[in-house]
Every structure is written in C-alpha cells, then in structure tokens.
Write a protein that binds this ligand. Structure first.
Ligand SMILES: Cc1cc2nc3c(=O)[nH]c(=O)nc-3n(C[C@H](O)[C@H](O)[C@H](O)COP(=O)(O)O)c2cc1C
Length: 146
C-alpha cells in the first residue's frame, strides 16, 4: 500500500499529527509538506490531506493544492482528510478544514475510507491537547483496517 500524506502547518501541530498518522498507517509512506508538493505524483493507493483550520477552511496552500488536482485525478484512490482545530465553541460556527478537504477529495473522484479527522490544539499556536497524537495514530490504523 503506497500512502502519501500532504499537510500544511504554520506552527508545527498539523505536521506532528501528519507524522503520527504516517508512523501508524503502515505501508510505504511519504509525508510531504504542501509547500514541497510541486511536481510530486499522486500515489497509487492512498492520499491523505491535512490542514490547520483557518476561518473554517483549509489554508490557502492546501486550497491551491486541491484546486490543482485535475477533475477525476483521484479515481480509484482511497482518500481521507484531517485537520487541527480549536476546541472553543465559537469556531464551530465556521466549520472545519477537514470537512471541506474531504468534499474536495471526493469531488476529484477519490474513494473516502474514513470520516474526516479533527485534532485539537489548546491555542492558535498549539500545543496539541493531550492524547491527540495517540488519537491520530488510532485514526490512521483504521485506514489500514478498512
Ligand atoms: C488566521 C487563523 C485562523 C484560524 N481560524 C480557526 C478556525 O476557524 N477554527 C479553528 O478551530 N481554529 C482556527 N485557528 C486555529 C488553528 O486551527 C491553529 O492555529 C492550528 O490548528 C495550528 O496548526 P499548525 O500548528 O499546524 O499551524 C485559526 C488560526 C489562524 C492563525
């Protein structure tokens, strides 16, 4: 199973989640910062995309990455999305990055293997809440099981 994990991260929290997912998911894994994704080909089997939540959406770099994928380029590829987010009630109103990424992945022909994963930070710069790296690893293991 070839797995590619594309993430964006300003303060390192989403990067830590992406790496925890990469360590847990199994198979041949490539974890790529979206800023270094230009020219990389999409993997044969699984594509996971993760972003910090900004105003209820993915970051501009992740939006650009998604917009850059051709119409049905993810046909036959298992896909899932994850984000990092605050736990305050206020942000719920805006929604979360992973839901939007998941919808985009599906629109490009991807086959969703898991519901979007949301992982909590304590503040804008983090750190991650206790147990979130473990929760990310458990989320990733469900992909290998699926
Ligand atoms: C400009 C900006 C907008 C944000 N908007 C939201 C938001 O709408 N909802 C939310 O839960 N968190 C929001 N956050 C908090 C981010 O989710 C948090 O900074 C991120 O999870 C940290 O990830 P990183 O360390 O990988 O950059 C926002 C942060 C910034 C800087």
């Amino acid at each position: 199973m070839k797995v590619q994990i594309v993430f964006d991260s300003a303060y390192g929290n989403t990067e830590r989640i992406a790496k925890a997912i990469g360590d847990a998911v199994g198979g041949e894994v490539e974890v790529i910062n979206v800023k270094e994704s230009a020219g990389k080909t999409i993997p044969a089997d699984v594509l996971l995309v993760g972003s910090p939540t900004y105003g209820g959406k993915p970051t501009p770099a992740i939006q650009d990455f998604m917009n850059g994928l051709a119409g049905d380029s993810l046909k036959g590829i298992d896909v899932a999305a994850f984000d990092t987010r605050l736990s305050t009630r206020l942000v719920k109103v805006f929604g979360y990055a992973a839901d939007k990424i998941a919808a985009d992945l599906k629109a490009k022909g991807g086959e969703p293997v898991l519901p979007p994963g949301g992982f909590l930070v304590k503040g804008r710069k983090g750190p991650l809440k206790e147990g979130e790296l473990e929760r990310a690893a458990a989320w990733a293991k469900e992909i290998s099981a699926a």
